[in-house]
Design a protein around this ligand. Structure first.
Ligand SMILES: *[C@@H]1O[C@H](CO)[C@@H](O)[C@H](O)[C@H]1NC(C)=O
Length: 461
């Protein structure tokens, strides 16, 4: 831990400047020297800032070294003495997936040792969310604007839930592009975040539409991979659409590193095998009408064929919309919002000053109110918490497959409208803590919320 006094005790004496100013005591030094003293202070502050920048990037600055700059920093400068050695000090450590001969082994012990060396306990289980998009601008007209809104949506969810968000736009392996790009970044995130128990990959075009729902991590105890699926399509029809690879939760452990190495080995990092896998998937998987090996087919194939070995550690989530297909969701969002409002209009907590859920609160207290809201709607609004095919609960994630290129199954317009609808639905949940909501689902104008909303209706400006 850096000392709290680190900034205050930074001492700089700048003999490289004018020695006349040396030793001035500050603006209160008085009389004609006041201005000079201020100048000296400004100068010293500038030097301090420059030195901090230097110290930040190198550890070669020695107190009393050349140049006449004397620096005394109580801030520990990172270096070989920064705590006990950990896996990071191993020159063979690789952040890369598909790095032949550099498999990371013994990860569970290495991670545990890192946690111990930093005096950290592993509870509660920390989650790092990882998302990303391509390095170049979006070709579509409003594509980048939508990406910004998708990112904002994840930022909102993460801020409310105490999750760290990592957004990546690089191809960490030159051949692992497009939908394959997530595997190298998820792998690197595990190594970069030994403090995280879980890495949660969420596609850029997946929208959080329930800001109240928290991952049921206790349910996933003993499992290492959580993925949304349709058991009949997956186990029986062996369809490449039986699981969705766009959102998954993976435990930061050796099993997962090995799993991702295996998954990556079907990808374009290995061109010859990749081409063969494409044909294999087409023959082995239902609904697959292309020879191109995509990440989702690879995931389905890997799990289907290795179920004996991998199934024990895999959880196929079906109970709530860990990711919900937008077509099943967006047309119902208005109805969902209306049902939640109706519950809140009635809700009163005994002894809670009569306002219950409607009580205004700091955003920091979101999770407490979220839990109360979930309790209030449960059993009254049909459907599972986190949303499902049936019922009217908010879906945790509404997933749009339409950010890249067109799909003949639906029009561009219906998809664009769907995205805007889902994003605004989420924004209203966030804006509420700031006293506003949208004038209408597809209207960017906001209205102030009256005290005791929604018992009192939102008013126009
Ligand atoms: C959006 O709502 C505002 C306020 O109610 C209204 O004045 C405006 O006409 C609406 N815009 C559209 C495009 O409907």
């Amino acid at each position: 831990m850096a000392a709290a006094s680190e900034a205050a005790s930074l001492r700089v004496s700048a003999s490289a400047g004018s020695s006349k100013h040396h030793g001035t005591q500050g603006p209160a030094a008085g009389h004609g020297r006041g201005r000079r003293a201020r100048d000296a202070l400004v100068f010293a502050a500038g030097v301090a800032a420059a030195l901090l920048a230097l110290v930040g990037t190198s550890s070669v600055l020695h107190p009393g070294g050349r140049g006449g700059l004397l620096v005394s920093l109580p801030v520990p400068v990172p270096g070989p003495d920064d705590g006990p050695r950990t896996f990071y000090d191993d020159p063979e450590l690789s952040y890369a997936v598909a790095a032949p001969g550099r498999r990371l082994t013994g990860w569970d012990a290495k991670r545990a040792q890192w946690l111990r060396s930093r005096g950290r306990r592993n509870a509660p289980e920390r989650v790092v969310m990882v998302s990303g998009s391509q390095p170049e601008p979006c070709p579509g007209a409003a594509g980048d604007h939508l990406l910004l809104r998708f990112l904002k949506n994840k930022l909102d969810y993460c801020r409310l839930h105490g999750i760290e968000l990592l957004y990546n736009r690089e191809f960490l392996h030159p051949a692992m592009t497009g939908y394959w790009a997530k595997i190298p970044i998820v792998r690197a995130a595990m190594v970069a975040h030994p403090e995280a128990e879980w890495v949660w990959w969420v596609d850029s075009d997946a929208v959080f539409t329930d800001m109240d729902f928290s991952l049921p991590l206790a349910k996933y105890a003993g499992r290492n991979l959580v993925v949304y699926g349709w058991p009949h399509k997956f186990f029986v029809r062996k369809s490449w659409l039986g699981l969705n690879a766009g959102v998954f939760l993976i435990r930061n452990c050796q099993w997962s590193l090995d799993f991702m190495d295996e998954w990556a080995s079907m990808g374009p990092a290995y061109p010859e095998e990749h081409a063969r896998w494409g044909k294999t998937f087409r023959e082995a998987l239902g609904d697959k009408d292309s020879d191109v090996a995509d990440d989702q087919s690879a995931l389905v194939y890997l799990l289907l064929n290795g179920w004996e070995r991998l199934g024990k550690k895999t959880f196929v989530e079906t109970e709530y919309f860990f990711q919900g297909y937008w077509k099943e969701v967006v047309d119902r969002l208005d109805g969902v919002a209306a049902r939640y409002e109706a519950v809140e209009r009635r809700a009163c907590t005994p002894g809670g000053m009569g306002m219950g859920l409607r009580r205004r609160h700091a955003e920091r207290e979101h999770l407490r109110y979220a839990a109360a809201r979930n309790a209030a709607v449960s059993g009254v609004v049909p459907g599972p918490a986190g949303g499902g095919v049936e019922g009217w609960r908010r879906p945790l994630i509404t997933h749009f497959p339409c950010s890249g290129g067109r799909n003949p199954m639906y029009s561009r317009e219906s998809c664009d409208n769907g995205m805007r609808r889902a994003l605004a639905f989420a924004d209203d949940q966030v804006l509420r803590a700031y006293g506003f909501r949208h004038a209408a689902p597809l209207n960017d104008t906001v209205r102030a919320l009256p005290f005791d909303y929604p018992a009192a209706r939102a008013r126009k400006h």
